[in-house]
Structure formats: structure tokens, C-alpha cells
Design a protein around this ligand. Structure first.
Ligand code: MD3
Ligand code: FE
Length: 211
């Protein structure tokens, strides 16, 4: 886009059916300052799916609840099963970012009780799925990308069909609401790149209202 017009670009661009992109919305330096102590309290781990497979994305959580995948199924739990402790509190800057992003896409009053932290290495992908473990699906999910880029794929209500491919760069925030909230989505295998701060890694934070 022409630089002279850049400040006319809306803060939130609707990509498809209630999926909004807020390009370069997040201060990821600030997020990366908070991460080490969160990961120390509740380390990243490769969860097992109900089908018995290990997820290639490493995950942990902060907030009142955390999303857990186990052989027994998916759930939100106030206890980290790895440590036996509550998940670490959601840092105030995380909460503020999630609220501001939701509001910029038209969702006032969003108060996430979960921050799922996903870590991708080069080659890591996330298979198409629907996020349906939350009690109230009318709240959006807010996603924050950190580090090396990835291509996010947004399908429709069915698993197949053509995807809308959305490259996500460091600082990009997506707000998933409306019909897109229940759409299949995934992440293509992450291609080789380096971030000056964290190397060949991508983190994604998803802020959710579980209960
Ligand atoms: C579209 N994470 O954690 S974030 C997930 O990049 C997840 O780590 C991906 O899918 C990642 O469940 C994608 C963007 C996102 C998050 C939630 C959605 C897109 C969504 C929920 C409904 C539709
Ligand atoms: Fe998802």
C-alpha cells in the first residue's frame, strides 16, 4: 500500500466472515520479556491427542484455565497436569493486548480466562481443526503471532475445500469471531527463517474465554 495512504488503512481488516487481521498490532518485545518466567512455571510440552499421537506444536498456558489434550480427551483445566500447580497468572500486558485487539474488531467486554501458548519450530504444522471446547462460542478468539512467519489457513465449516491463506508475521494479531469462529483452520509447515531475538521459532498466543 502507498505510504501516504497507510494511515487510512483500518486497524482491523476483515479477511473472511468475521476473521479480522490487525497487522503489526502487538509489541512482541514486551511479550517476549514475560515469556521466560511463564515457561519456567509451566514448561512447554508435546501433548498427546485422544487418538494417541503426540502434537508437533509444543504447548503450555497461562491464565485461570489452560487447554489440555490427553488420551482421555480435550479439556480446560485450572491445574497444569505436568506440574500439578495452577497455570501462571495471565500477565496484565497480555490481558490488555487481548482486550484492545478484540475491541478493535468490535468485541467490547472480552475478558479472556485462557492464554494458550503454542511454539513452532521449522517444519512444524498444525492440522486443520475447529476450536470447540469453549462454553460460549459467541466470544472471539484473539491470536498473536511472535517470531518467524507462518501461513495460516482458514477453511470453512467443512474440513476440505479451498483455504484462505493468510501469512502471519511477528506482531500480527487476528480476531476470530462471527461465522469464522467455528471454521476449520490450521498452520502450514513453518519454513526456515530466523528471528533476531528467538532464532528459528514462532510462538502463537491464543486468548480465549473458556467458561
Ligand atoms: C480461526 N492456533 O491454537 S492462530 C489454536 O497459529 C490455533 O498457533 C494457530 O489454531 C496458531 O487453536 C492459529 C489463529 C486462530 C486461532 C483460533 C481460531 C484462528 C482461528 C478459531 C477459529 C477460527
Ligand atoms: Fe485453533
Amino acid at each position: 500500500m502507498n505510504d501516504l495512504l497507510a494511515n487510512l488503512r483500518p486497524a482491523a481488516e476483515e479477511m473472511k466472515d468475521g476473521a479480522f487481521l490487525l497487522a503489526n498490532f502487538a509489541d512482541t518485545d514486551k511479550i517476549l520479556q514475560e515469556l521466560p518466567r511463564l515457561l519456567e512455571a509451566s514448561p512447554l510440552r508435546h501433548m498427546t491427542t485422544p487418538g494417541g499421537r503426540q502434537m508437533r506444536v509444543a504447548m503450555t498456558n497461562c491464565g485461570q484455565y489452560g487447554w489440555v489434550s490427553a488420551p482421555s480427551g480435550y479439556r480446560y483445566d485450572s491445574t497444569d497436569p505436568t506440574t500439578g500447580n495452577p497455570w501462571p497468572d495471565m500477565p496484565e500486558p497480555f490481558m490488555a493486548l487481548a482486550k484492545n485487539a478484540a475491541a478493535a474488531a468490535g468485541y467490547d467486554g472480552f475478558a479472556p480466562d485462557v492464554c494458550l501458548i503454542n511454539r513452532y519450530g521449522v517444519g512444524t504444522r498444525l492440522s486443520p481443526h475447529i476450536d470447540q471446547d469453549e462454553a460460549e462460542k459467541s466470544w472471539p478468539i484473539v491470536s498473536v503471532s511472535i517470531g518467524i512467519p507462518a501461513i495460516f489457513q482458514l477453511f470453512g465449516s467443512a474440513r476440505g475445500g479451498t483455504a484462505t491463506n493468510i501469512p502471519l508475521y511477528d506482531g500480527d494479531v487476528m480476531v476470530l469471531g462471527g461465522r469464522a469462529r467455528m471454521y476449520y483452520h490450521g498452520v502450514k509447515p513453518v519454513t526456515a527463517a530466523r528471528d533476531a531475538r528467538i532464532g528459528a521459532l514462532r510462538y502463537n498466543l491464543t486468548f480465549r474465554r473458556a467458561r
